[in-house]
Structures are given as C-alpha cells and as structure tokens.
Design a protein around this ligand. Structure first.
Ligand code: CDT
Length: 325
C-alpha cells in the first residue's frame, strides 16, 4: 500500500562566521516556503545548519566557541522557523550544535512535525577528525574536541512512517543504517558538512562525491529504506564543502539531486510503502540474518587479525618480494 511523503532536501550554501542566526534562519524559512509551494510534507536541512562549520578552527579554550551552540530549541532566533513551519503545515529536520544544561556539547539533529512540535532528537554517534590541534593541516576537523558522542540510533513515528536520523560521518558506517534498519526505519535523514579536501589522504579528494553516493545508496538498498542526504555546500571560510544532496529510494536508485553548491531544494515523492519490496523479500532480516555469525561486530572495536593468520603470513613464501633478476 502506498504511503507518500513528499520530501524536500533543502541544501544550503555556505554560512560564514559573521552571518547571524537571524540571517541564516531567514534563508531556511525561504527554503521552507519553497518546499511548501512544491507540495512538500517534510523539509530536510543539513548538519549544523545554523552556523559555519566551526570545528575547522582550534580555540585554546573550548568555551570560546560556546556561542555557536544552542541552549534551547526553539530559542528566540529559531522560533520563526518553527512558527512558519506550523503556519505552512510542513515538518522539518534540522541539524545544530546543542549545549545541554549539564554542560554537554552535542552535534544534534531534530525532526519536527507539521504542528511545529519536536518528535525526535538524535546526537551524532561517529565523531570524525581529531581532538588535538594539528597546525600542519590547511584546516582542522575538531569534532572530537568540541563534541561529546551521542549514545545511539533511535527511530521515531512521524509522517505516517518510521523515521531515523544520522549525521554526516555516520553515513559512512554500515552499522548506522543496519541499527536503524533493525528498528524498521523507512526514511533516514542525514545532514552533512563534507570538506572536499581530506588532509590525511588527499587522493580521496576527487572521490568525495563518489563516496558520498556510494554510502547513501548502499545504506538505502541494504536496509530497504529511503535515505535523504543533505549538504551544507560551497566555499565556507575558504574551505570547499561538497554539495550533491540526494534523495535515494529503497532500491538504491537516486530520485532527486541538487546541482549547485548554494541554497537549493530537491524534491521527491517518497513512497514509504516501497520499503516493503526490499524489507519483506531479499532483505527480510527476520528470515535471513545470522546474528550468531556477527558477534565480532559488537564484541570488538578495532581490527584484530587472528594470530594463526599472522603466523601463516610470517612463514609464507609470498612475503619474499624477491627482486627482479
Ligand atoms: N561533518 C562530518 O562528519 N564530516 C566528515 C569529514 C570527514 S574528514 C575528517 C565526513 O565524513 O564527511
């Protein structure tokens, strides 16, 4: 049975350091209105959609950057977004930096229903980059310094289906989609800020777009869910961020894309009923999965090559690279 949710992937262009929250929220409201005109039920905004991607800078005192964090949601600056969404009867997903009353810092996303009520919150699990100042880099990626890790992946009832969220680097990990998939997720919303330049291995720079699609498409297909990947894109404070926001069907097919690196909306009619075509057949988890064979995934964090394999390699003739004669 079809259950159509019309989704708008609301990519934003760059947000500079001096842009005020009010200016940014005005841009988000404009995208919201564009989405309402296009018949959208749900608009998906990027990761850290209210500010510049501040983890690219080091601050000796982390608290210097607390002004990039929201202490309430909605707060005075974000209230107009909630009010306009409720007036239009359109829901939205929003990524932002969250500072809790207990002093914890999270990279957070929420989903808001058509009445303007928050129905789900997610805190980023996989924090990429590094925790220390590395001046050799063109720019820093200090998420491990500024944020605390979230506890896990939940799902939420909304828009007639089962919704899930993940944030940026989470999309590169197959565990993210599978944990959502095991809870019946039908539509995963994933905002991102992906610098094109990857300092530890610049050979990956030209592959950023390919890797983005590869992850979103395989995650969607292998779990029979819609995946909405939404970028903050373009040149932000001298750092080039990937665009290429996309809406992916449970078949793994791309249904809508953004073509610029600015504020842009890509719209697709997402039939949540289509998820069953995959969840109830090839990826019928209950029938086919073999959790007893997957214990290593939760028992172990890093790679452990079994000792017998290490020994066999050490004794192998294949270790003798020889020399051309
Ligand atoms: N925001 C975010 O998670 N960005 C990462 C960059 C990885 S390189 C440190 C990403 O996976 O796109």
């Amino acid at each position: 049975m079809s259950r159509i949710v019309t989704v708008g992937a609301a990519q934003t262009g760059p947000i500079q350091r001096d842009d005020t929250r009010a200016e940014v929220v005005e841009r988000l409201v404009a995208l919201l209105r564009q989405g309402a005109d296009a018949g959208c039920d749900l608009i998906v905004f990027p990761e850290l959609a209210l500010t510049t991607f501040f983890p690219r800078w080091w601050a000796d005192d982390r608290a210097e950057f607390d002004h990039f964090f929201e202490t309430e949601m909605p707060g005075p600056d974000t209230r107009p977004l909630f009010d306009e969404a409720a007036r239009l009867g359109v829901g939205f997903h929003l990524g932002y930096a969250e500072l809790t009353p207990e002093g914890q810092h999270f990279n957070t996303a929420i989903v808001v229903d058509r009445q303007g009520t928050i129905i789900g919150k997610y805190r980023k699990v996989h924090l990429p980059g590094h925790h220390d100042h590395q001046p050799w880099r063109e720019f820093q990626h200090l998420e491990r310094y500024y944020f605390d890790p979230g506890a896990g992946f939940g799902v939420f009832a909304g828009f007639g289906g089962v919704l899930g969220m993940a944030i940026c680097n989470d999309r590169r990990w197959s565990e993210t989609y599978r944990v959502l998939g095991l809870q019946g997720c039908e539509l995963a919303m994933i905002g991102y800020n992906t610098p094109i330049h990857y300092a530890p291995d610049p050979s990956q720079d030209v592959l950023q777009g390919f890797h983005n699609r590869l992850c979103l498409q395989s995650g969607a297909y292998q779990n029979g869910m819609w995946v909405v990947g939404v970028a903050k894109a373009g040149e932000e404070e001298g750092c080039d961020l990937l665009g290429e926001s996309a809406i992916i069907a449970p078949s793994g097919e791309v249904r809508a894309t953004c073509s610029t690196v600015g504020d842009e909306l890509a719209v697709a009619e997402c039939d949540l009923g289509l998820c069953a075509n995959y969840k109830d057949t090839l990826f019928d988890f209950g029938y086919y999965r073999r959790p007893e064979a997957y214990g290593t995934i939760t028992a172990q964090q890093g790679v452990v090559v079994p000792p017998d394999v290490v020994a066999a390699l050490e004794n192998s003739d294949d270790n003798d690279t020889g020399g051309a004669t």
